[in-house]
Design a binder for this molecule. Structure first.
Ligand SMILES: Cc1cc2nc3c(=O)[nH]c(=O)nc-3n(C[C@H](O)[C@H](O)[C@H](O)COP(=O)(O)OP(=O)(O)OC[C@H]3O[C@@H](n4cnc5c(N)ncnc54)[C@H](O)[C@@H]3O)c2cc1C
Ligand code: SF4
Length: 340
């Protein structure tokens, strides 16, 4: 690990000012000289591995604004402060009742210890676990732009089948983000150019030819909150996660589903897929295929086919297409059968 300067600003504007003075406009947050740290469960890991090398770490945990640590439920929806810990949000009574898909996505992630340490903003910004990205001796376009992608011809069982490019096939591994994108969440960010709201679906960038450009955030922008709009029918929602072992493992395939039903007919469906795509993945074609239809084995199967119609398998991950479809079918039928 390289030496770095450690600072603990106490308000957001001070943190932004420091970040701004050590970064330039075009810097990617993950490659900037000054980087923010919250729980540290992702960034400290990557600093130890030599994947991230900030010269200055700005610890957000001393920021005084209490709203950063609060979960607020109103008629408009729910607002999570950026520093709320995963475990607290997963256990929150209103989150469990009103948005089970959010509570599930957090409860099924990582371990109890990590959930107590990790923040919600840090969670959505976690970086890929691609083995070739984590080990600096391999070629990796995301870590070292233009160097190539060792995963293309390597062991790519964990890699993505949706949203890939010739430059990168790394999976986005987070779970919470799938619930957020399905529910049309919005990110609040504060930076040297002011405050702004970013639709969650616009936060992460597909790799294209520039896999090192991972999000839409500027290097001096801090996420202050995550808002999820009110959606009474989201009580009928869940997150289904399939993995190699039942605990403490990332998803091979997952589905976040929320359904607005009229009897067994779908008024509206919200679907996102995890473990199979390069970014949090909203399955809009699947949603559209269900609209106005009776939800049964056949329509759920057709939705799953639509969700994976554009999938591009590599040598070791073709199984994810069938697994992803079965995961989605099961999630849809289990959501239909929920007693709400
Ligand atoms: C063994 C292990 C298993 C795991 N399993 C899972 C799993 O199954 N599912 C899952 O979803 N996750 C899993 N994780 C990932 C874990 O959830 C993340 O590491 C964690 O959520 C990151 O949050 P943090 O607060 O520790 O982020 P940090 O490590 O502090 O930061 C992560 C990134 O976010 C940036 N950042 C943090 N806060 C802000 C902010 N407010 N504004 C702007 N930038 C910010 C940092 O600069 C950094 O780039 C696992 C992690 C480990 C180590
Ligand atoms: S898949 Fe992406 S992150 Fe993994 S080695 Fe290739 S370029 Fe790097």
């Amino acid at each position: 690990m390289r030496p770095f300067v450690y600072e603990q600003p106490t308000d957001i504007s001070a943190a932004v000012a420091i970040a701004s003075s050590f970064t330039s406009r075009d810097d990617q947050p993950t490659r900037a000289n000054a980087q923010f740290i919250a729980g540290g469960t992702n960034l400290a890991d990557y600093m130890k591995l030599g994947v991230a090398e900030p010269a200055r770490l700005l610890d957000l945990n001393r920021l005084k604004d209490p709203s950063l640590r609060q979960i607020r439920v109103t008629d408009d929806g729910i607002r999570f402060g950026a520093l709320v810990r995963m475990g607290e949000a997963a256990d929150h009574r209103d989150v469990k009742q009103r948005y089970p898909v959010i509570a599930d996505s957090l409860r099924l992630a990582a371990s109890g210890q990590i959930r107590n340490m990790a923040s919600l903003a840090g969670n959505v910004l976690q970086r890929t676990r691609c083995e070739y990205f984590r080990e600096t001796s391999w070629h990796c376009n995301k870590r070292a732009p233009g160097s190539g992608c060792a995963a293309m011809e390597g062991f790519n069982r964990q890699h993505a089948v949706l949203g890939t490019s010739d430059a990168c096939i790394a999976t986005y591994h987070g779970d919470f983000a799938q619930a957020l994108i399905a529910l049309d969440a919005v990110i609040h960010a504060e930076g040297s150019r002011g405050t702004r709201k970013i639709p969650f679906a616009m936060l992460h960038r597909q790799p294209g030819e520039t896999p090192h450009m991972e999000t839409d955030l500027a290097a001096d922008e801090i996420i202050s909150a995550i808002e999820v709009p009110a959606m009474p029918w989201a009580r009928r929602s869940l997150y289904l996660k399939i993995r190699d072992r039942e605990s403490y493992a990332f998803a091979l395939a997952s589905a976040a589903v929320a359904l607005d039903l009229d009897g067994e007919t779908v008024r509206e469906a919200r679907i996102a897929l995890g473990g199979v795509a390069t970014v949090p993945w909203r399955a809009r074609a699947a949603e559209q295929s269900l609209q106005g239809k009776r939800l049964d084995d056949a329509s759920a199967g057709a939705a799953a086919d639509a969700a994976f119609a554009q999938a591009q398998p590599r040598k070791h991950n073709a199984f994810k297409i069938e697994l992803g479809k079965r995961t989605l079918v099961r999630a849809l039928l289990e959501t239909r059968n929920m007693k709400v």
